[in-house]
Design a protein around this ligand. Structure first.
Ligand code: CO
Length: 460
């Protein structure tokens, strides 16, 4: 009997896709010990936008969150999503920072690091993968799946062969936009399995309605692990439902080693959280439906909810249709980058500007300039020559790795921060998100002092 395992995403991608990563530790901590008994392959609980959100919106120490989850789930592999050389941020970091970040992630409780690069430039996964292996964790190398004239089956197979040579323990097909069709899943999983003897993991989103069929075809083609979300946080821009996939695959004769009674307990726990998020408007019904437009636009779930928010803030939600049409045009002009952080933000912001300003590329963000210079890595296709000339003038894009031009930063930053940072983890938080980390350090200090003042009063 072929075994198929499940990765539960409610603590990371599901809540990132549906409620803008606003789930607080206090809201989920009581279910962790139950989740630990579910039998998941892993629980994705860290990385992606969670780190940023902890510091920026939730006034939580992301490292403490990770340690707490680990303590409550000693029997489950904890998984994080890492944006390759960009770590959890939006632009490349020097190698010493990447190495330290990976080492500290593993030290604080991460067992599996899923590593991807927005442009599928394998050079951007190399350092993080090396360090993951060195730290004794599982390195899962991910393909940022997209379709375009330059993204062929052969290219993907070449890529996973390189991943294997770099030491990948597993390969993840990361379909962040939920645009992978059942047929494509069948072809790609088979092609990878034909080329290599390595576990294949499928990560997709329900955005376009394809996900359940795509999962099924991927499993039939030999996929070993599938990402799913507990049912009340599934569907829409999130993953397919854990209980549903488990039921379907089990009946077909696959061994799915999960405890369905525990899955029900987990889901019951999250029901009030969903109700609350709907009530407050944090969970917008727009992201819960099926949107087949994304099949044309190739807009990932998280990006779609960002576009909705951006337009809402500018009182221009009625232009969403135009922005969705402009997005693939911007993508083509930029040489078909897959739409995943940070390229999804760049393309999204540019598309919004192009529409709202009434003139294309009237304003070009500094991230797009850096992208065109080659700072994010090799661009998959050809950039529109006119756009390139307009933005770079006579400057030639770089061919080497941008990280090689960066000075080591960890020790220097640590020295500069002095007492402000209480640990190496603090230093990393600061390097990743300086302003947010500083604000968090100050709030933490104040909280402690208030507590102390209160304690003294209470004693007196
Ligand atoms: Co995702």
């Amino acid at each position: 009997m072929k075994k198929v395992q499940l990765t539960e995403t409610v603590l990371r991608d599901a809540q990132q896709s549906l409620i803008a990563t606003r789930m607080k530790e206090s809201q989920f901590k009581d279910i962790l010990s139950t989740m630990d008994k579910a039998g998941y392959y892993s629980v994705e609980c860290w990385g992606g936008a969670t780190f940023d959100s902890c510091l920026r919106f939730l006034n939580e120490d992301p490292w403490q969150r990770l340690r707490d989850i680990k303590a409550a789930m000693p029997n489950t592999k904890l998984q994080m999503l890492l944006r390759g050389q960009n770590l959890l941020g939006y632009s490349p970091y020097p190698d010493d920072v990447v190495r330290m970040f990976v080492r500290k992630s593993v030290e604080n409780g991460i067992d599996i690091i899923r590593i991807f690069d927005a442009l599928n430039d394998v050079r951007n996964l190399k350092v993080a993968m090396e360090e993951t292996k060195k730290a004794g964790a599982i390195a899962s190398a991910a393909i940022s799946y997209t379709t375009s004239p330059v993204h062929t089956l052969e290219k993907y197979v070449e890529m996973v062969k390189e991943f294997k040579q770099m030491g990948a323990d597993t390969i993840c097909i990361k379909d962040m936009a939920g645009v992978m069709t059942p047929y494509e899943a069948d072809q790609l999983v088979k092609a990878i399995k034909d080329a290599l003897d390595i576990p294949v993991i499928l990560h997709t989103h329900c955005t376009t309605g394809l996900a359940y069929m795509t999962v099924l075809k991927a499993v039939e083609a030999g996929a070993d692990v599938v990402d799913t979300a507990t049912s009340v946080f599934s569907g829409g821009t999130s993953q397919p439902a854990t209980e549903t996939i488990a039921a379907a695959l089990t009946q077909m004769g696959y061994e799915v080693p999960v405890d369905t009674a525990v899955l029900k307990q987990v889901n019951d726990f999250f029901k009030p959280l969903r109700a609350e998020a709907l009530e407050s408007g944090l969970l917008n019904p727009v992201v819960m439906g099926t949107d087949t437009d994304a099949l044309n636009y190739k807009i990932p779930g998280g990006m779609l909810s960002n576009l909705v928010n951006q337009l809402k803030q500018q009182n221009a939600l009625d232009r969403l249709g135009e922005v969705c049409e402009e997005t693939p045009r911007v993508r083509k002009d930029l040489g078909y980058p897959p739409l995943v952080t940070p390229t999804s933000q760049m393309v999204g912001v540019q598309a919004v500007q192009n529409v709202l300003l009434g003139e294309r590329y009237k304003v070009v963000g500094k991230e797009i300039k850096a992208y065109l210079r080659g700072e994010y890595g090799r661009i998959p296709g050809e950039v529109d020559p006119e756009l390139l000339k307009k933005v770079l003038g006579d400057e030639k894009p770089m061919t080497g790795r941008f990280a090689d031009t960066l000075e080591p930063a960890f020790e220097k930053t640590k020295k500069e921060l002095g007492d402000i940072a209480e640990s190496d983890e603090d230093v990393l938080s600061y390097i990743a998100f300086p302003r947010e980390a500083e604000k968090f350090f100050a709030a933490r200090k104040e909280q402690r002092e208030n507590k102390r003042a209160y304690t003294i009063e209470a004693v007196e």
